[in-house]
Design a protein around this ligand. Structure first.
Ligand SMILES: [Fe+2]
Ligand SMILES: [Fe+2]
Length: 196
């Protein structure tokens, strides 16, 4: 499917606010890809489509996942806003014709992250936080600044901010986020040690 057709289809699927967010993430992911030497077209595609499942009714998400063979765990079944990442990766493939595994993985891991993310995965993870239409939150300015300098440190700060937010709402933090946090804490510490 051509990018323009994907945009049209996505526009019909998402609220106006979410569609504009998707365009913002696409633009930001492209800029980061240019800056850090990642594949610009993969960044564009993953940015555009990352939230393609986000406006689906959460009540039917588990059934859809079962029908499409998307595995879920109990935390995702309880906190269903997490499901849009796994389901989005599947729909990017089945509804939008994306075949590139790196793009699909970037979409799959854009919410929880995973230890040792690829460059493309980090770019999408951060672009989702810092895109221009994002509403203000405490770490936003710092994340925008760090994203220009050090993707690993920016990823660590984004994870910390996200986990603090989830905890403040009294929700369970998914183990995959905690594993990702532990990975980036260690990596950033090691990088700092080398620099001293
Ligand atoms: Fe998302
Ligand atoms: Fe998003």
């Amino acid at each position: 499917m051509e990018l323009i057709a994907m945009e049209q289809k996505l526009k019909e699927t998402l609220s106006e606010r979410r569609y504009n967010h998707s365009l913002g993430v696409m633009e930001t992911a492209v800029k980061l890809a240019e800056r850090y030497g990642a594949d610009v077209e993969k960044a564009r595609l993953s940015g555009l489509l990352h939230d393609c499942a986000k406006d689906i009714d959460k009540a039917i998400m588990p059934e859809m996942c079962a029908a499409l063979g998307v595995p879920l765990d109990p935390v995702k079944l309880t906190h269903r806003s997490l499901i849009h990442a796994d389901l989005g990766a599947k729909l990017a493939e089945t509804e939008y014709g994306v075949t590139d595994g790196e793009v699909l993985d970037a979409i799959r891991y854009h919410t929880l992250g995973r230890p040792d993310m690829t460059l493309l995965e980090k770019i999408l993870y951060l672009a989702d936080f810092i895109e221009p239409t994002r509403k203000e939150f405490p770490a936003l300015a710092e994340l925008r600044r760090l994203s220009e300098i050090d993707l690993d440190l920016a990823t660590l700060r984004a994870l910390e901010s996200c986990i603090a937010h989830v905890k403040s709402q009294g929700k369970d933090v998914h183990k995959q986020s905690l594993d990702t946090l532990a990975f980036y804490q260690k990596l950033v510490e090691e990088k700092e040690r080398v620099m001293i």
